[in-house]
Design a protein around this ligand. Structure first.
Ligand SMILES: [Zn+2]
Length: 466
């Protein structure tokens, strides 16, 4: 089967291939750097990371652009309140964002343009729309006239035929019920930053920013445009309207949207005040890998109900896989190969890949891996796992980790839990009993790396933290 994605535009699962050659030209909406990203935001960025990695596993190269929104209503308000320039204010949160995403092992997109570095490109686009008669001015601001784009609503599949044309909205964020002509360019206000451009002084609206940077780097038709489901309306709808009204070409072939992360049955939101940051999660003693795994394990089009219990379970799942990898690398197995396990490893790899191809069904892909690990562990216990079974099992883990990237321990790991230490000590005792000293030593080394010191006594091993 081929690689397929659910396309929000057509509401169908469609086979994906890039328009030209083997390079996927992709645009994803980046952070507005007015505050720390919360884990609801990070779920979207994790989805994008999984998407990137799977496209590469399927042999594609990426040209991926993600914008940094470093000027908008909230930034201006906050910077003024903090008595800082918007450059200083946003620099700190841009840095925090890059740190957080690196901690979560999210790959850097090929390009990370800042909005304020592309103001002339935005003005150019607005001038083009003005020349085509798609805009009008009011008090120094320039608005996009929805009447100029009859297909308006095709992404969000809403019928906007009843809206009052000619009424307008200045805010960049509004609900479908408030659909109106939107601001492309905002007139300067006293005390606010502005730029002198070919369409006059002012600053860009949020929507034009993405269209301008996407087309500047990737051309008029993108292969994939992705983001959180909350961006479908109005942001992406407006991106389509202004881009396609200008070029007459489809702006993006595939639109992919990830669902919300839910906390205590509410969507996580800074406005609602119910949000958790990565820093909060780490302060509770959880590893970034556990959060990454949890966010990656729920298929992106399903809502993710965040709980600390599920985070704990994610940590346990990672530990199970790491232990299996350690066992593969250090245990001694009899020569030869189990034909049964060779077939099972092949099946698991096939099922993993087919599940990922199926609109990134990560839950199904993980099930394939865990089923095999369970069987292989039982076979190892029974002495039925052979040296010839190591390579296919390692290949499966490698394929898994190329996407999930959780097997490597964290550099700044918050440390392993007492339960995990006890479990490893029990395993080490079993290894010693079986005279598998290489494995026993590997476990001791592993514990030592986690700052756990073992002391063997006649009553068994004692341990303490460094
Ligand atoms: Zn955007």
């Amino acid at each position: 089967m081929s690689l397929r994605f659910f396309n929000t535009l057509t509401q169908q699962v469609e086979e994906f291939t890039p328009l030209e050659g083997q390079t996927v030209r992709m645009y994803t909406c980046g952070p507005t750097v007015w505050n720390y990203a919360h884990i609801g935001n990070l779920r979207t960025f994790t989805f994008v990371d999984i998407l990137r990695r799977w496209l590469r596993c399927r042999g594609y190269r990426l040209d991926h652009v993600m914008n940094i929104t470093d000027v908008d209503d909230r930034i201006i308000k906050q910077a003024i309140e903090a008595g800082q320039s918007i450059e200083d204010y946003t620099a700190a949160y841009t840095k925090a964002f890059l740190e957080d995403t690196a901690t979560l092992r999210l790959e850097r997109p090929e390009r990370l343009p800042a909005a304020t570095a592309h103001i002339p490109a935005m003005a150019r686009l607005i001038a083009g729309l003005r020349d085509k008669g798609c805009t009008y001015e009011s008090e120094g601001s320039i608005y996009f006239s929805i009447a100029a784009f009859p297909a308006y609503g095709k992404l969000s599949h809403a019928d906007f035929s009843g809206i009052r044309l000619g009424t307008r909205v200045d805010s960049d964020r509004y609900e479908k019920a408030d659909a109106r002509d939107f601001a492309l360019w905002k007139a300067p206000k006293p005390g606010e930053p502005f730029w002198e451009t070919e369409v006059g002084p002012g600053r860009p609206g949020w929507h034009i920013e993405c269209s301008a940077m996407a087309m500047h780097y990737l051309g008029e038709t993108l292969d994939i445009h992705a983001g959180g489901v909350d961006l479908v309306f109005p942001h992406h709808e407006n991106e389509i309207a202004q881009s396609e009204a200008l070029t007459g070409k489809p702006f993006a072939r595939f639109w992919l949207h990830s669902e919300h992360l839910i906390l205590e049955s509410q969507t996580m939101s800074k406005t609602l005040g119910n949000f958790i940051t990565l820093r909060d999660v780490l302060a509770e003693g959880y590893s970034p890998e556990a959060l990454r795994y949890l966010m990656a394990s729920v298929p992106y089009r399903k809502k993710l109900n965040f709980t600390f219990d599920s985070l704990k379970a994610a940590g346990t799942a990672i530990e199970r896989l790491r232990n299996f990898k350690l066992r593969l690398e250090t245990a001694r197995f009899p020569e030869g190969a189990s034909e049964f396990l060779l077939a099972r490893a092949g099946d698991a790899l096939k099922r993993f890949e087919e599940s990922m191809d199926d609109d990134l069904n990560t839950a199904e892909a993980l099930a394939a891996v865990f089923e095999f690990v369970r069987e292989a562990n039982s076979a190892m216990d029974a002495g039925d796992f052979h040296a010839g079974n190591i390579a296919p099992a390692s290949d499966l883990l490698a394929r898994f980790d190329a996407v999930f990237d959780v097997l490597r321990p964290g550099e700044k790991a918050a440390g392993i839990t007492d339960v995990e230490v006890e479990a490893l000590i029990t395993e080490r005792a079993q290894a010693r009993k079986a005279r598998d000293f290489a494995r026993a030593d590997a476990i001791r080394r592993r514990l030592f790396e986690q700052d756990v010191i073992l002391e063997d006594t006649k009553d068994g091993a004692r341990w303490k933290r460094k």
